[in-house]
Design a protein around this ligand. Sequence first.
Ligand SMILES: Nc1nc2c(ncn2[C@@H]2O[C@H](COP(=O)(O)OP(=O)(O)OP(=O)(O)O)[C@@H](O)[C@H]2O)c(=O)[nH]1
Ligand SMILES: [Mg+2]
Length: 662
Amino acid sequence: MGNEIDKGLYDALKNLRDQVPRLADMLKLGMDEQIGFWNEIVDAKLLSRLAPDFPVVAAICGGGSSGKSTLFNALVGEHIAPTGGTAGLNRRVLFSVPARRAEHTDLLADLARPFKDVPEHLKDKDELTLPGKPLYVATHSALNNMVILDTPDFDTGAKGAYTNREVTRMALEASDILIYIFTNSNYNNRDNTDFIAQMLTGIGKRKCLLVYRVYPSYTQHEVLEHARTVAEGIYGKLADQYLLGVYRTDEDNNVAAGDRFMDIKPVDTNDPEFSQVLQSINARAIRLELYASILKDVCQQAENIRERSEVALDELRLYFDALQIAQSQSVREALKNFPINRIMRRFARVWAATDPTHVKIMRRTGSVIEFPLKMLLGAAGWARDQMSLEKADSASVNVYAQKVDEDLVTAVTGIHSQTVSPQLAVSGSARDPLVRRMADVIDLIRRRKNPGKGENPLTETAGDGLTVSFVVEAHPVVHREQALLRSRDFKSVLQSILAEKETILGISQDMEADLEKLADDFRNKMGLWRKINQTFWAFLNVLPATVAVTYVLSTGDPVGAVGIKVKLAGLFGAKDLYALFAIPFTTGLKKADRQQIEEMLRVVLQTWLKDKSKIVQQLIEKNITGGNIRCARQTIADADQLMDNINRSLRTCTQAGGADKK
Ligand SMILES: Nc1nc2c(ncn2[C@@H]2O[C@H](COP(=O)(O)OP(=O)(O)OP(=O)(O)O)[C@@H](O)[C@H]2O)c(=O)[nH]1
Ligand SMILES: [Mg+2]
């Protein structure tokens, strides 16, 4: 296992630990408890342990008075832990921490995670003989980046009620390897080895170094045999797989007297020194093996959360789209009445003002008006019409203003209630790309939640290409914004929108510019004769006088989120158009002229709708939907990005977990 893989795994895990809870929170998955557990496992079991410079941790365990503390002192090279003849002397775990790292509180906390307590600095040996938090000493041991644990014995007390068993379990859990020390009087104590075996089964099998405190007279053979008994007691048939080495320490009164440190020798003289074995331990490889199943579990859970997030994100997209459709529909609602007379008159003026000079002169002679229209208009009536139009115009402004008022109230009331509602009901044409996308998302979510059931809402109704209806839940992500909007007085929302009504009534500078450009474009498309053809010109002027004040827009077509798409085919069908002109079909209006007028109306109407939609949309967004829209849009963007990163990290973690098993 290369260092790069370790580092990659560690970084990927760290990213996951940071990003998975963030994503869940961002999308309001409502899995707080599960995610809390997940966080804890990643922190306690994996992250702290897989940090590249985390020390190798070895726990010294064994029965009472077998020499654990004496061994501990020998390994750290100082007489720190109390030793004595009374079994059960130590009641707490003592960590030896390399002095240069002893000031890192985080490291201390990570080392003692299973204890759920940060170790305290040992001030007095006797502290160890009283139960309590784990303790630590800073040491200058020759063992590089190594932490040794002295633990209490686990066989003091009556069977079933041993004093220190839970502490031993935590110490084992905190360590990478086990140093098991035993004596001639307890090497075949099944109770002791069973206990260790049981602990290791629960927390993951640690490999082990055996130390036999023995009389010098014991032969190598005897020592190995007794050690075998211990190893098999702990690991059963798999003993060889977990045994890192067998060592002996011969009884020595100088040691008991504290004059010398315990001397640990390999039983087989060809084996490496004890400290050498300790130093060559590849803790990270051990940990990867130890935590492989935890890692797999953590990845699996992260994957589950990621999948849930994906659904939630799709649902949010769906809500976002639905809200946009609802908003566009309300914009359309607000602009139901089209002041065709005003707009067309304005356009006629723009048209006249931008007429080239020679056309103006020719027009004045009146010689180019074609016959049927002359009949209709009457040459003399022309000027009179122009006068009366001005009056009609100002009267129509008031009527129109009132209509806009009504339409706005209806539209604003509608979109407001949709925006704060727990559900959003929208409908649209199956041909609309946005509607198709929504249908696909609904289908995707349904298939993920409930594989193999139901059908794409689109395929159910798409045969005739007509309207599809959706009910979309308000996404939890926008609940806060909804509450904010709900807490505002609706009347004042409405008032602040109506206060800006003027911007809808007037013809903005933008629109004026658009109309000029339109006139230009049109003229460029016309041949010379058509340019001076006064039939066309006359129509432009007669139009406002002959139509109703406003023309109610109505269309079953949905409005795309990006802009208003006006389908004039349905709006001004041939019949509609003639009604609009109030000109009998028999007038003999040339087909070419009719098409020209239709085309012109279409673009003028589109220009107007574009201009006004923008204004109304801004009004609605500013006062009603803006919070939800911004919040949804931002969350979608952020979650998308997070999801990408999580996918990458997950792949790294899964690969590291997989590679480890081989
Ligand atoms: N003669 C002799 N006595 C030793 C040797 N090693 C340890 N002892 C003694 O054995 C007794 C127990 O040693 P400790 O190191 O305290 O044993 P422990 O396993 O830490 O005991 P508890 O903490 O009580 O579980 C002490 O009196 C030590 O002096 C040795 O090599 N020779
Ligand atoms: Mg002790």
